[in-house]
Design a protein around this ligand. Structure first.
Ligand SMILES: [Zn+2]
Length: 372
């Protein structure tokens, strides 16, 4: 039997598990990371890189699959044609930067980057023969999971939401895509605990970001940005931080590109939180001292109203690897910058504007330099 293309590996103790095991944590309690044998899936990195421009007719996930999740059989893939989202150059309006570009992941089928993860997560559940998938959500994850589960014959999505804390539009998405949608009198972190209990007791596949298979799909955002930039690596990537799965995925994808020799330098990473939900920011200020969970305060950026980020340890690892920083912005700052970007004809949600507001703040503080 040939060696598997992918395995699970504990981020703390290094214990390895079969990729087809349905598990989200190591026996020691820490999260798992998916490790691929990329030298087998991409035997010649320069040939692979050169081939990508000729594959623009393929959906982004298929184009980058050898790097994203090579173990997933093609016949099990459920795609809604996610990806290939615009990278807007707004440098002309922001002369204080060397260059500034905005990746608009709201242009995905269910209007968020979560589709990038669900194409892998739901397809993998499909390949494993799971008939029920579940997530806790602040709105985006549930919309994406419900849509992709809806696209699989005989798969039922189950969504747990904090009652009254997500937008009516996002609630409608989950329901109309056919997921069993339950509102619970708690916050996101409370819903997340319940999801973990349910998946321990029942044969239901968990699709929150603690599922490291799903996270692999989100690597596509960084890879696609670099492809759009013709592999010229920017000085910084700035990204909102909630449950911290997305920055973990971004960092992992960039590391893999670098290890394959597809990019020749590493950018720095900046994560941005709201001031009312800033556990990672507080940890960063204390030299990544132990995470102190917070009761996250209400914010317009409700998708990142998370006080106890599941992927904290992974995110800190990536932030340290990429000489990263963490910033926090006020409600006024994030809504002001949402208005400014909307006026450019680029409609963004408050969660995304957190990254814009953070970028400006980091520039004002001279952490991002004038030529960057
Ligand atoms: Zn372990």
């Amino acid at each position: 039997m040939t060696a598997p293309l992918s395995i699970f590996k504990c981020i703390e103790c290094g214990k390895e598990y079969d990729i087809r095991d349905i598990r989200y944590r190591c026996d020691c309690g820490h999260l798992l990371e998916v490790i691929h044998d990329l030298n087998t899936s991409i035997p010649n990195a320069s040939d692979w890189k050169a081939s990508l421009n000729g594959r623009m007719g393929e959906t982004a996930f298929f184009r980058y699959q050898d790097l994203l999740f090579p173990s997933l059989p093609k016949e099990s893939i459920i795609s809604l044609q996610e990806g290939d989202t615009p990278l807007y150059d707004v440098s002309h309006r922001f002369p204080e930067f060397g260059s500034l570009k905005l990746k608009h992941e709201g242009m995905n089928p269910t209007l968020s980057f979560k589709d990038r993860g669900m194409v892998v997560g739901v397809s993998w559940a499909n390949d494993l023969g799971c008939k029920h998938v579940i997530c806790a959500s602040t709105g985006d994850t549930s919309a994406a999971m419900a849509a992709y589960a809806g696209a699989v014959p005989n798969m039922q999505g189950i969504v747990l939401l904090p009652r009254g804390k997500i937008s009516p539009d996002q609630l409608a998405q989950s329901i109309t895509y056919g997921a069993h949608t339950v509102g619970i009198e708690t916050d996101f972190d409370g819903c997340m605990k319940l999801v973990q209990e349910l998946t321990e007791k029942h044969n239901i596949y968990l699709l929150n970001s603690m599922n490291s298979v799903r996270i692999e799909g989100q690597k596509a955002i960084g890879i696609e940005i670099l492809h759009q930039l013709n592999w010229k690596v920017p000085d910084w990537f700035v990204i909102p931080l909630g449950n911290a799965g997305n920055i973990s995925a971004l960092g992992k994808g960039l590391r893999e590109l670098y290890e394959l020799g597809i990019i020749d330098k590493l950018p720095r990473l900046a994560g941005v939180q709201t001031q009312g939900a800033s556990p990672l920011y507080e940890s960063y200020k204390n030299g990544y001292a132990e995470l102190i969970p917070q009761k996250a305060k209400p914010t317009k950026a409700s998708a990142i109203q998370i006080g106890d980020p599941v992927s904290y340890q992974k995110a800190v690892g990536e932030l340290q690897h990429f000489n990263g920083v963490v910033e926090a912005v006020s409600e006024t700052e994030l809504m002001d910058w949402k208005a400014q970007i909307d006026k450019l004809g680029i409609s963004i949600c408050p969660n995304s504007s957190v990254a814009v507001a953070g970028t400006i703040k980091l520039r004002d503080a001279e952490i991002i330099k004038a030529n960057e």
